[in-house]
Design a protein around this ligand. Structure first.
Ligand code: BT5
Length: 325
């Protein structure tokens, strides 16, 4: 762990003041170095009281704290989050992660940003990514799976995110095939999976996760107001983005190791439990074609099996689903 994270941990352990000398001693650095790191943390949004007699006391952490995310997962043998890179503002965490993956960054590297200026959805769509409200995170993965199985990465991420959100907020989050996190028929989050592969193997994949956490209705432009929501919108409460990120990273790590050790089946089973699509009457748009039917199930490659009015099944690998009432 870096020293800033260690300083945060010491400040949090002692709920009262902790002296500069004690911190310096514990971390085996000078008191001047402690002071320097305290100031860096203040610049990052931590409110730390300093008293010449008593030392330092943490009064408030920023709502998205990379130090605390690192600290929460350090010491665990996690693949996901073994390296975490943070940007205040970036074009797109997915674009950045694809570039870093190309440079050789390892399996499980995370890119998080406080804001995106060019947040991406699927098929060139935009992902609204204002500062200070939501979670924008991309994960580099290097799984030994075939390119035709890449859709399982989206399903796995949807399972991890829905499970994390349910636990942390008690919102009944569900998954709309293929990549939407939903609550009350509104979109709470989305997943964008990009891969670099040849016919036989995936070189790397990047999974982008966007979750609306503290986005208010007034922050939403008209084009998404009717179909989007956020955790705050649903519960009325502001939730720490750090907590959501940590919970998602833990769930991602759990499901990724299930994928690597036990294959796709447990993920598909859990996905089906969390899905709000299966069994519903749906309209599916695939390019210029529109199909209406009942969402049957998903097959082992994550394709939607749509039951058409003539009782035949159509396999759909990618598309946009509207659930018909
Ligand atoms: C998605 O695309 O749902 C994938 C979103 C992935 C975003 C993450 S953020 C971190 C990482 N870095 C990136 O650049 N991207 C990923 P799609 O299914 O195509 O949905 C896009 C549509 O959702 C848009 O056309 C809007 O209608 C709607 N939308 C845009 N921003 C939204 C938001 N913040 N909340 C809810 N809906 C939104």
């Amino acid at each position: 762990m870096n020293n800033n994270g260690e300083i945060i941990r010491l400040l949090k352990e002692k709920e009262d003041f902790i002296s500069g000398a004690e911190m310096a001693n514990t971390l085996k650095i000078t008191r001047a170095a402690v002071w320097k790191r305290i100031n860096i943390l203040r610049e990052k949004g931590y409110t730390i009281e300093a008293s010449p007699a008593k030392g330092y006391k943490l009064l408030k952490s920023p709502d998205l704290s990379i130090e605390e995310i690192r600290d929460s997962i350090s010491g665990r043998s996690m693949i996901i989050g073994r390296e975490i890179i943070f940007f205040d503002t970036i074009n797109s965490t997915n674009t950045c992660a694809m570039e870093l993956a190309e440079k050789g960054y390892p399996d499980g590297t995370i890119i998080i940003a406080d804001a995106q200026t060019g947040g991406k959805g699927r098929l060139g769509r935009k992902w609204l990514s204002p500062q200070g409200k939501n979670l924008y995170m991309s994960i580099i993965l290097r799984p030994a799976i075939l390119p035709r199985d890449a859709a399982i990465l989206t399903l796995m991420t949807a399972v991890a995110c829905a499970s994390a959100i349910k636990r942390i907020s008690s919102i009944p989050a569900s998954i709309k095939w293929p990549n939407d996190l939903m609550v009350s028929d509104r979109k709470l989050g989305g997943i964008l999976t990009e891969i670099k592969a040849d016919m036989d193997r995936i070189f790397h994949a990047v999974i982008g996760i966007g979750i609306n956490i503290n986005l208010g209705a007034s922050d939403m432009p008209d084009e998404i107001k009717a179909c989007a929501t956020s955790i705050k919108n649903e519960t009325g409460n502001v939730l720490s983005r750090t907590k959501v990120a940590v919970e998602i990273l833990r769930e991602m790590d759990k499901w990724y190791s299930i994928l690597l050790n036990s294959g796709k089946k447990p993920i598909i089973e859990e996905w089906l439990k969390l899905s709000c699509t299966i069994g519903r009457a749906v309209k599916v748009t695939v390019g210029n074609n529109v199909f209406t039917g009942i969402a049957g199930t998903i097959d082992e490659e994550g394709m939607l099996m749509l039951k058409l009015p003539d009782n035949t099944f159509k396999k759909i690998s990618a598309g946009d689903v509207i659930i018909l009432r």
